[in-house]
Design a protein around this ligand. Structure first.
Ligand SMILES: NC(=O)c1ccc[n+]([C@@H]2O[C@H](COP(=O)([O-])OP(=O)(O)OC[C@H]3O[C@@H](n4cnc5c(N)ncnc54)[C@H](O)[C@@H]3O)[C@@H](O)[C@H]2O)c1
Length: 469
């Protein structure tokens, strides 16, 4: 009997050792694409947890006052401890519009710069400015950021702050060399649901986070016509890949503690063909575009060093409800912001005091609304107090998150604290533009994501905010 059993087991083992039909046919090569990580220049150190001398007043110069820029001017009018020193846009009428806002607020006129392509350089060269705030089109961001830091300024740059690996490394190297802050203005990490969920995650409510999702899904057909010189449609026309990944990446990376104990290792990306981009151009201009680069929908999967995954999507072309996805899958729970804000938790994760008598919780359905509300109050982000929340909602900017972002930037600069987002966050969140293109153009081959910290990704354990007390 035992002999028979051994023979059957041996036979089974042999059978299992045979390659399957698919395996026999497949030719597997190790085809991960490696991109270059430039060596850190001699004498330079990382800027993890960078602190700089306290600033009593943050004196700011704005560059780029199109659709987005004036909102930032308005927010700085309301943020205590700031002074608006200079306003710059290539178009003088845009500068005038922002000057009007200062006047209405009873503030002194700022110095105006406009008229030439490089008038912005004069703003960076002034010696009475601490922070340069950039909200131009994407192609100018990195060059302006580097120049500002080279001239002794901290810099805050709208999303995406850099479009290529070359630009990313220039910003990193300049921030490391000059010891100046280089922050990307990623506002979505300050939305109320994201802030609360991040805090819940930090308190272990979801167990271990395994998977996160984020996206920029926003049909821009009503907006294309308003971008200066058609820059945004042109960029999509000429560039394949996820060119606007940061709104999804920011909140997702904070949940996974990227370069604070984990790091992105490999990504693969795939896109659909470009349908609505060329159709839009044809409708507007009659031009038949045969080589439109950006697919209507681009999807990216990323795996991290610690075995977590991320799914990131980009779609600015097709009719769909706006969504940044924002989903978290943990060993003990789940969070999702779109299409409705919901949580699902093991009942053991919920304090029974927060559960009304008639509710029975389970781990396969959304938490009842009352329980969700109680949790959201209990786990409100430590960066929010009543005054900030009320002012943020009043001044606005995407429901308040833009104000909280600018407020935190100023708070940290005034108190000499590390900023919530550093130049490596900027690098990681922007790197998708070029890395996804590489993957897509190589039949969705895996691409190794560089360690932008060059060895320091495990130095800090877990994402946190800095406070004075
Ligand atoms: N975080 C968000 O929620 C959010 C929302 C909207 C836009 N944005 C970002 O803000 C930035 C600006 O977008 P927008 O919608 O305001 O575009 P826009 O085209 O309305 O504005 C860009 C402005 O830059 C100016 N400009 C261009 N070249 C210049 C130069 N050399 N010197 C000075 N000014 C120059 C243009 O005249 C224009 O006024 C983009 O990076 C965009 O992605 C972010």
């Amino acid at each position: 009997m035992r002999k028979l059993f051994t023979m059957v087991a041996l036979g089974l083992a042999l059978l299992m050792a045979q390659p399957s039909y698919a395996q026999k046919k497949a030719k597997v090569t190790n085809h991960t694409i490696q991109v270059n990580t430039p060596k850190r220049p001699a004498g330079q150190q990382d800027v993890i947890q960078l602190t700089t001398p306290k600033l009593e007043t943050v004196r700011v110069g704005f560059i780029g006052l199109g659709m987005r820029g004036p909102g930032a001017v308005e927010r700085f009018i309301h943020i205590p401890g700031t002074q608006i020193v200079a306003l710059c846009d290539i178009r003088s009428e845009r500068v005038e519009k922002s000057q009007e806002m200062l006047k209405k607020a009873g503030l002194p006129e700022a110095a105006s710069y406009s008229g030439t392509e490089d008038a912005w350089k004069k703003v960076c060269e002034r010696n009475d400015i601490d922070l340069i705030y950039i909200a131009t089109d994407w192609k100018h961001h990195a060059e302006m950021g580097v120049y500002a830091m080279e001239h002794g300024k901290h810099v805050a740059i709208e999303v995406p702050a850099a479009m290529t690996m070359n630009e990313i490394w220039k910003l990193i190297n300049t921030s490391e060399k000059t010891r100046k802050h280089c922050m990307q203005l990623e506002n979505c990490v300050y939305d109320f649901f994201e802030l609360t969920t991040l805090n819940m995650k930090k308190q272990g409510i979801f167990g271990e986070v395994l998977h996160v999702e984020g996206s920029y899904i926003h049909n821009l057909e009503d907006f294309w016509a308003y971008y200066w010189n058609n820059w945004r449609m042109d960029y999509n026309r000429h560039h394949r890949g996820d060119v606007y990944a940061t709104h999804g990446m920011g909140p997702a990376c904070q949940l996974l503690d990227i370069h604070r104990g984990d790091r992105m290792k490999t990504l693969v990306a795939m896109d659909t063909k470009a349908a609505n981009g060329p159709a839009y151009i044809k409708k507007q201009t009659g031009e038949e575009v045969k080589d439109f680069q950006n697919g209507d929908q681009t999807s990216t999967l990323i795996r991290t060093e610690n075995g977590k995954t991320m799914l990131i999507q980009h779609n600015v072309m097709t009719p769909r409800p706006y969504s940044r996805m924002y989903q978290l899958v943990g060993t003990d729970g789940y969070a999702s912001k779109y299409p409705i804000e919901e949580y699902c938790l093991r009942p053991s994760q919920v304090d029974q005091k927060d559960v009304p008598n008639h509710e029975k919780l389970n781990a396969h359905g959304s938490l009842p609304e009352e329980v969700k509300k109680a949790l959201m109050t209990k786990y409100k982000s430590p960066i929010l107090d009543q005054e900030l929340e009320e002012t943020a909602k009043k001044v606005g900017g995407h429901g308040g998150m833009d104000y909280i972002m600018d407020y935190r930037l100023v708070y940290c600069l005034r108190n000499g604290l590390p900023l919530d987002m550093d130049v490596y966050d900027l690098a990681e969140w922007c790197s998708l533009a070029e890395l996804t293109r590489l993957s897509i153009e190589n039949n969705s081959a895996p691409v190794a994501v560089p360690d932008f910290t060059r060895g320091a990704w495990n130095k800090v354990k877990g994402f946190s905010y800095a406070f004075t007390k």
